[in-house]
Design a protein around this ligand. Sequence first.
Ligand SMILES: *Cc1c(COP(=O)(O)O)cnc(C)c1O
Length: 394
Amino acid sequence: MTFEEIKRQEQQNMMPVFFRFPVALVSGKSATAVDVNGKEYIDFTAGIGVNSLGWCDPEWSAAVAKQASAIQHLSNLYYSPVQTAAAEKLCELSGMSKVFFANSGAEANECALKLARKYGQDRLGPECTEIVTLKNSFHGRTVTTLAATGQDEFHACFAPLTSGFSYAEADMESIKSAVTEKTCAVLLELIQGEGGVVPMPESFVKDLRAFCTEHKILMMVDEVQTGIGRTGAFYCYQNYEILPDVVTSAKGIASGLPLGACLCAEPFASVLGPGMHGSTFGGNPVACAGALVVFRRLASPEFLNGVKAKGGYLAEKLEEMPGISSVRGMGMMIGAQPAHGSAAAIAAKCAEHGLLILTAKTVLRLLPPLVMTKAEADKGLAILRKVLDTLEAS
Ligand SMILES: *Cc1c(COP(=O)(O)O)cnc(C)c1O
């Protein structure tokens, strides 16, 4: 099929909800992808932070293929050894006590929100079901996670949304005025991804941890984008040296297969009981087989130090570029503010020149595969530099 045929098939048959680049990818290796015409691209996106081990890592591909030919699905009415092994490893790496497996970030957050409401009713009082989230946050696309998302642009068109949410700025003054006697939880990202790669200040995160403990409010951290090694720690809260009460995870967790997780600390281990939550596909064995490879690789301190080093290298090179005015982020989650031109136009030009890069608000957003080589990084940086230079010259 030619690219034009693929594009026509998409337009004729699919809901037009996505802004797509004129690129159809068919294969890939490490951080290099190949399109339908055989053109190569350096990948600074990893899906959207999903392919943590890059395109078709050999160990990952073998484990997934093996699982797919042993048993591809069983309902959650039965035990699955690959699912229980993934749960054990994830609890160990996160320091959390229990996990529920879902299929996506939004679903992981749905579990956290249900857990919070149940916790509030059980332990604080029947009215205590309200949840505070941050302005500029992003928590998903379901009706309830849209309500949790503190950005008006996402709310338009879909009223009525789930009630019981209020929104605060990322500072303790604002949190204190949003929290009422009915609040059961605060949910936040430690680096707002869709919000433009905005890291939370360390003092705010530590003060919020202490405040939540003092008021018996759950501190719930959405690590859907920041988790699974992305920031140089297994979970970003480990960089902040705090332990949340509830953590949600997805995107990079199975390096490209749909898996989400909602984790909770020991005191909340039995808030959700039998029959209160579930999922048909959640914790699918093929996805869990992929996740086990990710967990095994990320358990090594050298791997995580490598992420820090690669992220530091990328950030340093971006800072040196004349077309970039500022750089922020942590590990391999980086936002680069272009000095001129829109991030979207730059990303489109990069794709033409063989570089896949994301945007978030006004910044260029980099979420490369964690296994990206230096040669790939240099090649991608050179393309970006060329695109920015042309923009500067025009
Ligand atoms: C992507 C994302 C989500 C939603 O994940 P889906 O898998 O698309 O449902 C939720 N929270 C954060 C922080 C995200 O980056």
